[in-house]
Structure formats: C-alpha cells, structure tokens
Design a protein around this ligand. Structure first.
Ligand SMILES: [Zn+2]
Ligand SMILES: [Zn+2]
Length: 172
C-alpha cells in the first residue's frame, strides 16, 4: 500500500528520512514523500497558540485527488480541535487522510532533555496508529496495541508499535 508522506511545517529532515526508511523496511507500506501546499496561517488560533487539526485534512482532501493510496501529513506545530486541549494526530476513519504532529512527541517538551530515539519511536507509533484509523480500526482496549488511544505521552510510550491480533483481523 502506497503511503504519501507530506511534511507541512516540518523542519527535521533526519526524522523525516528515518520515518521513510523505517516504513520502507519494516512495514507493508510503500512510503513516498510529496509536497502539499497547505496554508496553515489561517488555521492558527491566537487564543490557543495552536493550529486547527481538521483544517489540515480538509485542505489535503482538495489537493490529493490524483494520489492513489493514503496521504499522511507530518507537522511539528501543536494541534487542537475545539473539544480537546491538544492532539497527537487525527485521521479519517476508513478514509485516505491523516495527520501526525511531533510537537508533543519531543522528550524536551516534558523533561527538557532531548532523546532522538524516543522521538523516532513515538513518531512511528503515532503514524501506525493514524494509518490504522484509515484502515478502519477504532481504538483498542489492549494496552500493547498501537490502536490504544493516547491522551498523554505515557500512553504513547506504554503501547506497542504493532496491531494486536484482533485489530489485524479487522483491517480493511
Ligand atoms: Zn486514535
Ligand atoms: Zn488492537
């Protein structure tokens, strides 16, 4: 399955390259980097100092009709939707588009200390999670499963990087 990865306001080239490499070597996905001209200034909330997550997906839908496969946006800006304080990512259930923010996957955000391997591991988990939604999966109660919901970074760290057997059966 082709996965088009679109960096939008994403400056960490090392992380982007490592994500592409991991997806290529260690998953069934065939990743390819693409450029999407998403205008994010209109998505910024001055009150919240965050960007409106769903707006990325709405714009991406209009820009990606010709792409056959899934389209995943990677960004470093902090995301929100009105009902939540923040989001690690968002995806269309059974759809084509998803979004992952690495803003709160950085260990610096919590402890002030950077840790690249943690950042890469967390980013890959959130990518697998959002793609799982694209493939029809809802949240899973298994703590080891990558489809477990994550409301905080501890929950990202505790879960595994793979679909559990029952999620695997439900993939569309
Ligand atoms: Zn989810
Ligand atoms: Zn599961």
């Amino acid at each position: 399955m082709k996965i088009f990865i679109a960096p939008v306001k994403f400056s960490n080239k090392t992380l982007l390259n490592d994500v592409l490499l991991h997806l290529k070597q260690k998953s069934e996905y065939q990743p390819e980097e693409i450029f999407l001209d998403i205008k994010i200034s209109g998505l910024y909330s001055h009150e919240r100092k965050q960007y409106y997550s769903t707006g990325f997906i709405e714009q991406a839908i209009k820009l990606t009709e010709k792409y056959e496969g899934k389209v995943l946006i990677l960004t470093e800006v902090d995301l929100y939707v009105p009902v939540l304080t923040f989001l690690f990512g968002e995806a269309q259930l059974g759809g084509k588009h998803s979004l992952v923010s690495v803003c709160r996957l950085h260990e610096e955000f919590y402890s002030g200390q950077g840790n690249y391997n943690m950042l890469l591991g967390r980013t890959l988990k959130e990518i697998h999670h959002e793609l799982g939604h694209n493939f029809g999966l809802r949240h899973c109660n298994d703590w080891d499963c990558v489809m477990h919901s994550s409301n905080g970074i501890e929950e990202v760290d505790i879960k595994g990087n793979y679909f559990c057997n029952s999620c695997l059966k439900n993939l569309i």
